[in-house]
Design a protein around this ligand. Structure first.
Ligand SMILES: [Zn+2]
Length: 285
């Protein structure tokens, strides 16, 4: 699933392409997940403009004219691809390959006056689009905790939300209502950086370990944003960047490989809450 760095990256990329461009056509597949009536959805979006794009956690917010907001959640397998002539920018899940557009997983297409097209592809259909007004947006945003890079995400705040928590630290870091934007990849990476076994109960962390975790949350996300996230494998963006960019990760998807830090132990993969976690048994206690 795309996490904060991936969604931040596609947000910034899309801003350069679609801001203030009129939406001239809206195409919805019968399988598109729209949390509004289709008729009113199309009516509000058609001939409208995206005047800004923001984000809370992993949720993209297209700010439209007239105080309407289009929320886009990519969930597990959502993809956003913008194409205009030979220009392509893409974000989200790496599959399906983007050589063919639209394809059988294309759920929504927006066409802009500048001839650009925004494709929303989603194999498993957990992702959704939803139009809301300002009041509804406010309510939705209030359900998210602060983001790790926000000023409100202080050491005291982290200490408070982890105190008395019986769940494993890695799982606790993914509670979106407590911390917005950390998912499966970066939760493993944060535990590694903080040298904490992901299976430790959140409440068992010492003050020193909490400090390390707090610092790791910020550092890991900062580096990931700088690297434009991790997910997309098979496209080259307009600036010529591409490739499966996971080389900066230390543990995620590295089962059986040597730990990059101690060089001695092999990375272990375990299941936690139905998701995979990766850690070094030597570095993480
Ligand atoms: Zn190690």
């Amino acid at each position: 699933m795309p996490e904060l760095p991936e969604v931040e990256t596609i947000k910034e990329d899309l801003k350069k392409k679609i801001i203030n461009e009129r939406i001239v056509k809206v195409w919805l597949s019968s399988k598109a997940i729209i949390k509004n009536s289709r008729a009113s959805f199309v009516k509000i979006i058609k001939n409208n403009k995206v005047v800004n794009i923001s984000r809370v956690g992993k949720l993209l917010i297209f700010v439209l004219a007239n105080e309407n907001y289009l929320l886009i959640h990519l969930k597990m397998t959502g993809q956003l691809i913008f194409r205009r002539g030979k220009e392509i920018i893409a974000g989200g899940h790496p599959e399906p390959a983007i050589t063919e557009l639209p394809n059988k997983f294309t759920r929504i297409i927006l066409e802009f006056k500048n001839d650009g097209q925004l494709f929303f592809n989603d194999i498993r259909r957990f992702g959704y689009w939803q139009l809301v007004n300002q009041q509804e947006l406010f309510k939705i945003k209030s359900k998210y905790g602060p983001e790790p890079l926000a000023n409100q995400f202080t050491f005291n705040y982290l200490t408070k939300i982890l105190a008395n928590k019986n769940k494993p630290i890695k799982v606790a870091l993914m509670d979106q209502d407590k911390i917005a934007g950390i998912g499966n990849i970066y939760a493993s990476e944060i535990c590694f950086k903080a040298k904490i076994n992901p299976q430790r109960k959140a409440k068992s962390l010492s003050k020193k370990e909490l400090l390390a975790t707090h610092q790791a949350c910020k550092e890991v996300l900062k580096i990931a944003i700088k690297n434009r996230g991790t997910t997309f494998s098979d496209y080259v963006d307009t600036a010529g960047r591409g490739g499966y960019n996971i080389s900066f990760l230390n543990v995620y998807d590295r089962e059986g490989k040597n730990c990059k830090v101690c060089q001695k132990a092999k990375i272990i993969k375990i299941a936690q809450g139905g998701r995979s976690s990766f850690y070094c048994p030597r570095c993480q206690k």
